[in-house]
Write a protein that binds this ligand. Structure first.
Ligand SMILES: Nc1nc2c(ncn2[C@@H]2O[C@H](COP(=O)(O)OP(=O)(O)OP(=O)(O)O)[C@@H](O)[C@H]2O)c(=O)[nH]1
Length: 682
C-alpha cells in the first residue's frame, strides 16, 4: 500500500535549499551590517578620541611653548647683560614665574671650568655664605651631598627662584643624562628639554617630584652663529624646571572630564611612562588606546588616551552588536516564518493529494454504480448535475443547462412528484434524516425511467435553514420491471392456487361444494352448534332423474343439475350456509336456523324455488322437475353430534320423503337430551 500524499524528493530538497539560502543571506547580511557599523563606530570613536586628544594636548602645549619662549627671551637678555647677580636673578625669576604657571623653578647654572671652580665658590659664598659646588651622594643613602668631583667643566646651580628647596650648588655635570639636553641646547642656540627625572631639592624629604628642565643657553654675545662659536661663547644655562604633574594638570582635568585616562611617555627614554592619570596602575596597551605625539622642547613625547567605561563614545560598539543581534533574530524569525509557511504548504499539498485521491475514488465509485449526482442550491434553485444524471434520461448535460429544481419537476411524473415533494419536505423539516424517493422521469424517447433519488442537506445557514442538498440518482427501471413481474407472477400464482383450491372442494359441473368438502363444513357447523347456534342439514334428490336423462339426454340432465344448483345457491342467506353436490342428482344444504320451524320454512322456500324453475319433466307427476327433501335440525347445543350422524339422519328423512311419494319434505328435529341425541319428528 503506497503512502497517500507523499511529497516528491525534489520538492523537499527545494524547500531545504530555500531555507538554507534564506538563512545564509540573512546571516551574511547581518554580519556585513555589523562589520560596517562596527568599523564606522570604531572610526567615529577614533575621531572623537583624536579631537579630545588635541584638546588635551592643547591644554599644556601652548603653556609649554610660552614657557620655552619666555626662557629663550630671558636667556637672550642674560646673554646681552652678562651673568646676573643673585638679586637680579631673583627679580627676574619672580617676574618670569609670575607670568608662567608652567615653570615651577628657575635656575642660573653657569659653566665653570675646573680651573676656576675654587674662585667661583669663593665669589659665590660672598652672596650665599657656605656655598659649595656639590653633587648627590651615590649609593644606598642617596639623600646626601658631597663636594663635586673633579671634572673638566662644572655646571653648578648658582641662583634659583624660588630659593626654597632649590638645589643650590648642585653640579649638574655629575649626571651626563642631564647634561645631554644642555649640550644640545648649547649647540642649537635654543632651549631644549631634558628627559624627566626626580627633581633635586636640597633638604627635601619624601619622593622627588617627576619633572624635567628646559635649558636655554646663555652666551657672552647675543646669538653667536655656528656651533663652534656657540660652544666658545657659552657662559651658562638658564634652566626652567617644569614638574610633569603640574604641566599635565589641566590636560588631566580635560581628559578626566571626558572620561579618559591619560598616560604620557618619553619616547627617547625607552618609552618610559612619565605621567599617569590612573595612579600607580602599571600601563598595559589596550585596543581602545589613542596615541598622539607631541614635541616637548625638542623631545618627542607620546600621549596615550584611554577611554574609561563612562566615555561618551563607549557605547558605540553596542550599536553594531545590537544590529547584529537584531539581524540574526530577524533572519531566524523570517526563516521560522518561511519554514512554517512551507510546512503549511506541505500539509495543504498532502491534503489536496488525499482529496484528489478521494475524488478519484468517488468518481470511480460513481462510475461503477452508474449513479447520477445532483447538488441543489435551495435559495437560487440552481441544480448542479453530472453527465450521468442527464444521460439516464437520454439527454446531455448541456441540453439541460442551466438546470434548476424546476427542470427536475418538469421531467418528473406528475403522480410521483407529489410523493417525492412530500419526502423532500419531511427531510427539510427534520422529520427524516435524509431525502429518499422513487419516481418516474421522462426519457428523451418518451418512455418513463424509474429513478431512486437519495440525498441530504449538507450546508445550512446560521438559523439551521437548509442551503444546499446533494445526492444521487439511480436508474431502477429494471428493478421496478422485475418487481412488477414478480407481482404479476404472484397474482397469477394466487389465482392458480385459488383455482386449485376450488377444484379440490368444488363440483366441476354445478359449482357447488363437493362431497369431499362436506365433512369439513359439517365440522365447522358443529363447532358453531356447540357455541349455541342450532344447525340444519337438508338433503334433496331430483325425482325420476334417470327418466329425465333417458328422455332428454345426459347433457340436458347436466343442465338441470346446473340450474338446480344455481337456484339453491341463490337462496342461501348467510356466509356459513353452504350447498353441496353429494353425488349424481343428490344435493345437501347446511344452514343455521334458530328453530325447527325456521328450518322448515327455509327448505320450503327451496322447494318453491325449484318448482318456480318449471323445468319440464314428462315423467314427473307434476310435469316439471321436482325434488324430494330430507331435513334434519338440531337444537344447540349438540355435544355428541358427528358429521356421519348428521348425514345419516338427513338421509333417513330424505328416504322417507321419497318413499312417501316424492316432491315433498320430510323432517327430523332433535333436541339435546341427557347423554345422547334425542329423536323426534316435527
Ligand atoms: N345427466 C346426468 N345424469 C346423472 C348424473 N349422475 C347421475 N345421473 C343419473 O341419475 C339417475 C339416477 O337414477 P335413480 O337412482 O335410479 O333415481 P331416479 O331415476 O331419479 O328415481 P328416484 O330417485 O327414485 O326418483 C341415473 O340414471 C344416473 O345415470 C349426471 O351427472 N348427469
Amino acid at each position: 500500500m503506497t503512502r497517500r500524499g507523499r511529497r516528491p524528493l525534489w520538492s523537499v530538497v527545494m524547500d531545504a535549499v530555500l531555507l538554507a539560502t534564506l538563512l545564509a543571506v540573512g546571516l551574511a547580511g547581518s554580519v556585513t551590517a555589523y562589520r560596517s557599523l562596527a568599523s564606522r563606530a570604531a572610526s567615529q570613536q577614533r575621531e572623537l578620541l583624536n579631537a579630545m586628544g588635541q584638546s588635551v594636548v592643547g591644554a599644556f602645549d601652548l603653556q609649554l611653548v610660552r614657557a620655552i619662549e619666555a626662557l629663550q627671551v630671558s636667556a637672550q637678555m642674560l646673554s646681552a647683560q652678562g651673568p646676573p647677580s643673585r638679586e637680579q636673578f631673583q627679580r627676574h625669576g619672580a617676574a618670569l614665574l609670575g607670568e608662567s604657571s608652567t615653570l615651577t623653578l628657575l635656575e642660573w647654572q653657569p659653566v665653570v671650568p675646573q680651573a676656576q671652580l675654587a674662585e667661583f665658590e669663593r665669589r659665590a659664598a660672598r652672596e650665599l655664605p657656605g656655598y659649595r659646588v656639590v653633587e648627590p651622594q651615590a649609593g644606598p643613602a642617596g639623600d646626601g651631598f658631597i663636594p663635586a668631583q673633579r671634572r673638566e667643566t662644572h655646571v653648578p646651580v648658582l641662583h634659583s627662584w624660588p630659593e626654597t628647596g632649590a638645589a643650590l650648588g648642585v653640579d649638574m655635570a655629575f649626571d651626563p643624562r642631564r647634561m645631554r639636553s644642555k649640550w644640545l641646547a648649547r649647540d642649537a642656540g635654543s632651549p631644549v628639554a631634558s628627559e624627566t627625572f626626580g627633581l633635586i631639592r636640597r633638604g627635601q624629604t619624601g619622593p622627588a617630584a617627576s619633572g624635567f628642565a628646559v635649558s636655554a643657553p646663555v652666551y657672552r654675545t647675543v646669538r653667536p652663529m655656528g656651533v663652534e662659536a656657540r660652544r666658545a661663547a657659552l657662559t651658562g644655562f638658564l634652566a626652567g624646571v617644569i614638574e610633569v604633574p603640574e604641566l599635565m594638570r589641566e590636560a588631566a582635568l580635560r581628559a578626566d572630564a571626558n572620561e579618559l585616562d591619560l598616560f604620557v611617555f618619553d619616547q627617547d627614554e625607552q618609552h618610559r611612562l612619565i605621567y599617569s592619570s590612573a595612579g600607580s596602575e602599571p600601563f598595559r596597551a589596550d585596543a581602545h588606546d589613542t596615541t598622539l605625539s607631541v614635541d616637548v622642547g625638542g623631545r618627542p613625547w607620546q600621549l596615550v588616551l584611554r577611554p574609561r567605561a563612562g566615555f561618551v563614545g563607549a557605547g558605540a560598539d553596542e550599536l553594531p552588536l545590537a544590529a547584529l543581534a537584531a539581524g540574526v533574530a530577524a533572519t531566524l524569525l523570517v526563516a521560522l516564518a518561511v519554514a512554517r509557511s512551507l510546512a503549511i504548504r506541505r500539509r495543504l499539498e498532502r491534503t489536496e493529494a488525499v482529496l484528489a485521491e478521494d475524488r478519484k475514488h468517488l468518481t470511480n465509485v460513481l462510475d461503477g454504480t452508474g449513479a447520477g449526482t445532483w447538488d441543489w442550491h435551495c435559495d437560487s434553485g440552481r441544480l448542479i448535475i453530472n453527465e450521468r444524471w442527464a444521460e439516464m434520461l437520454g439527454r446531455s448535460r448541456e441540453e439541460l443547462e442551466p438546470a434548476t429544481g424546476a427542470t427536475w419537476q418538469r421531467l418528473c411524473h406528475a403522480v410521483d412528484l407529489v410523493d417525492a415533494n412530500a419526502a423532500l419536505q419531511r427531510h427539510l423539516q427534520g422529520e427524516a434524516d435524509r431525502f429518499s424517493a422513487e419516481f418516474r422521469m421522462r426519457h428523451a424517447d418518451g418512455h418513463w425511467v424509474w429513478v431512486q433519488s437519495t440525498g441530504r442537506i449538507f450546508e445550512r445557514d446560521a438559523d439551521g435553514r437548509a442551503l444546499r442538498l446533494a445526492g444521487t440518482h439511480m436508474d431502477i427501471s429494471r428493478r421496478k420491471a422485475d418487481q412488477q413481474r414478480l407481482q404479476d407472477d404472484a397474482r397469477a400464482l394466487e389465482a392458480a392456487n385459488r383455482q386449485l383450491r376450488d377444484l379440490a372442494i368444488l363440483d366441476a359441473l354445478t359449482g357447488a361444494f363437493n362431497r369431499r368438502h362436506f365433512s369439513d363444513v359439517c365440522l365447522a357447523a358443529l363447532a358453531g352448534a356447540q357455541r349455541g347456534q342450532s344447525v340444519a342439514l337438508c338433503m334433496l334428490d331430483i325425482d325420476h332423474f334417470k327418466a329425465y336423462n333417458d328422455h332428454h339426454g345426459h347433457q340436458a340432465g347436466d343442465a338441470v343439475l346446473q340450474a338446480v344448483a344455481q337456484t339453491l345457491k341463490g337462496r342461501l342467506k348467510r356466509s356459513t350456509d353452504a350447498l353441496f353436490r353429494l353425488g349424481g342428482e343428490e344435493f345437501g344444504v347446511i344452514f343455521s336456523a334458530a328453530s325447527a320451524q325456521a328450518a322448515q320454512d327455509f327448505v320450503g322456500q327451496l322447494r318453491t324455488a325449484l318448482q318456480a324453475l318449471a323445468l319440464p319433466h314428462p315423467h314427473s307427476a307434476a310435469g316439471i322437475v321436482t325434488a324430494s327433501f330430507g331435513l334434519a335440525w338440531w337444537a344447540a347445543p349438540t355435544p355428541k353430534l358427528t358429521p356421519e350422524a348428521m348425514y345419516g339422519l338427513a338421509d333417513e328423512a330424505l328416504y322417507e320423503a321419497k318413499r312417501s311419494g316424492r316432491d315433498r319434505i320430510a323432517t327430523r328435529c332433535f333436541e339435546a337430551g341427557e347423554g345422547e341425541v334425542a329423536r323426534s319428528s316435527c
